[in-house]
Design a protein around this ligand. Structure first.
Ligand code: NAD
Length: 501
């Protein structure tokens, strides 16, 4: 039974936009293949209107809101998000396809950033030095930027915006979010919770759209900072365009994450980890493991254990308790599937072919079951490209040095993991590897909210990582004040450069 797709539109100052969109885009349920939504795409003019509304709210309401008021809103938002996380997760599963338990996990990791932001009175404290010079005090303060933009990818429709929005709002900014056009509903639902939590209208706004909306944000003179997450080519473009227009930009890009298994590792635990990190969320995680570097002589045994585990995975509709859901769109599924032919043609061994086998779903969903390649070498496209699907490639290495050279030669540097029981080897790895987030016997080392998230090399453009203290710094500007209260001892003419006495 097909039903009419629901209209999904912008949220301006807490209210659904009432205009008529010049362009729209379809939204699908990837598990059934059915179109469920029709999304309004913002023109540059709509973006301009929304930025203007956000700026007014910043000036009138939020820039000078007390820290007490801000934390009241943050605590309430945190409570509401916790209460409604199953509802948000259901929206994620319906448009992204990831299984429900995974979607709940995503919201929970986003919730942790809201919890971190509840500590904003402490996080924004400046320093104070009494008597830096005689009767002269020096102190530092941090202030909000104004309107900031958050542009997010499809793969974490709730968590990625939550990496930035609670911190930006806690710091006193007004925010315009531009979510992925593939799964836009979760952001609208989370934005409604901010309103319910008492955030003044206009402090948070959602514009839906594509390149036109992104370009309008990157070039608008009243947008002071841009937090972007997406693929590397777009991240680079966003960084270059935004900074050329005078904005502060943090642009997190793509990844190719390696998991190194040393011969002394527990191979059962390593095989579990490889399957979880390779195929969770259908491999559509920026921290997914896509290259498994197995050190000889354990590669045959490890591949066998992974293959056994893959045989038990159930792929299907994410609402049915399956292990893995569909890919986000038909085009993306077809692109990922094309790598299976490319890998075979290049000489890799296709150990498990994800095009075979059943799925537990109705309709014509965008499914590809988990796939395993062995004997992959660094020049093959299955190794060089970020496939962003359930395809795990095993690269065999003869030594630790060969493994680390492989990782350090890769253009990406988002996440990596080593599996070993040798503390010295693990310590050497964390020191030598040129990657931003490292797991030691942890396959998906996503930092907690009070640390900062971000990769190196082509996985991040800009200087600042997401959330934690780096997030607070990104969303604020510092001032240092030198102050004295005049008395007769300060008199006299002295044209020399001020020195401390
Ligand atoms: P994407 O780059 O296609 O889209 C990201 C955002 O950019 C979306 O909001 C989209 O509307 C917008 N966009 C798309 N094309 C554009 C263009 N030509 N000009 C301007 N804006 C454009 O990424 P995606 O497919 O939604 O997400 C998957 C990618 O995101 C993967 O590469 C993944 O590794 C990456 N990612 C990285 C991290 C990280 O922390 N480094 C986290 C999540 C996802």
């Amino acid at each position: 039974m097909s039903s009419t797709p629901t209209r999904i539109t912008h949220l301006v100052a807490g209210t659904p936009w009432e205009g008529t969109a010049e362009r729209t885009s379809p939204v699908y349920n990837p598990a059934t293949g059915a179109q469920t939504g029709v999304l309004d795409l913002a023109s540059a003019q709509v973006v301009g209107d929304v930025v203007g509304r956000a700026k007014q709210a910043w000036l009138d309401e939020w820039r000078d809101a007390s820290l007490a008021k801000r934390t009241q809103v943050l605590f309430k938002f945190r409570q509401l998000l916790d209460e409604r996380k199953e509802d948000i997760a259901a929206l994620i599963t319906a448009e992204h396809g990831k299984v429900l338990s995974d979607a709940v996990g995503e919201v929970t990791r986003g919730l942790e950033v809201a919890e971190f932001a509840c500590g904003i009175p402490h996080l924004m404290k400046g320093g104070f030095t009494e008597n830096a010079s005689t009767k002269v005090d020096v102190y530092s303060i941090r202030q909000s930027l104004g309107v900031v933009a958050v542009i997010s990818p499809f793969n974490f429709p709730a968590m990625v915006p939550l990496w930035f929005v609670p911190v930006a709002i806690a710091c006193g900014n007004a925010v315009v979010i531009k979510p992925s056009e593939k799964d836009p509903s979760a952001v609208n639902a989370v934005a409604a919770l901010w309103k319910e939590a008492g955030l003044p209208d206009g402090v948070l706004n959602v514009v839906h759209g594509d390149k036109e909306a992104v370009d309008a944000l990157l070039t608008h003179p009243d947008v002071r900072a841009v937090s972007f997450v997406g693929s590397t080519p777009i991240a680079k473009y966003v960084y270059e365009t935004g900074t050329a227009h005078g904005k502060r930009v943090q642009a997190l890009g793509g990844a190719k994450n390696h998991m190194v298994v040393l011969p002394d590792a527990d191979l059962d635990l390593a095989a579990d980890a490889a399957v979880n990190a390779g195929f969770g969320s259908a491999g559509e995680r920026c921290m997914a493991i896509s290259a498994l570097v197995a050190l000889e002589p354990i590669a045959d045994e490890l591949v066998g254990k992974i293959k056994d585990r893959m045989g038990k995975l159930v792929t299907g509709d994410g609402t049915r308790g399956c292990d893995m859901g569909p890919l986000v769109t038909k085009q993306h599924r077809d692109k990922v599937a094309s790598y299976l032919d490319a890998g075979v043609e290049a000489g890799a061994t296709l150990v498990v072919d994800g095009r075979e086998g059943d799925v537990d779903a109705d309709g014509d969903g965008f499914f590809l079951r988990p796939t395993l390649f062995d004997d992959v070498t660094p020049e093959m496209s299955v190794y060089t490209d970020e496939i962003f699907g359930p395809v795990l490639s095993v690269v065999r290495a003869k030594s630790y040095d060969e493994a680390i050279e492989l990782i350090n030669a890769n253009q990406y540097g988002n996440g990596t993991a080593i599996f070993t029981n040798d503390g010295g080897a693990a310590r050497r790895f964390q020191h030598e590897v040129e990657v931003g987030m490292i797991g030691i016997n942890v396959p998906i080392p996503v930092p907690m909210a009070y640390y900062s998230f971000g990769g190196w090399k082509s996985s991040l453009f800009g200087d600042t990582h997401a959330h934690g203290m780096e997030g607070v710094h990104f969303f604020t500007r510092g001032k240092v004040v030198t102050s004295r209260w005049l008395d007769p001892s300060h008199g006299g003419i002295e044209l020399g450069f001020p020195q401390n006495v």
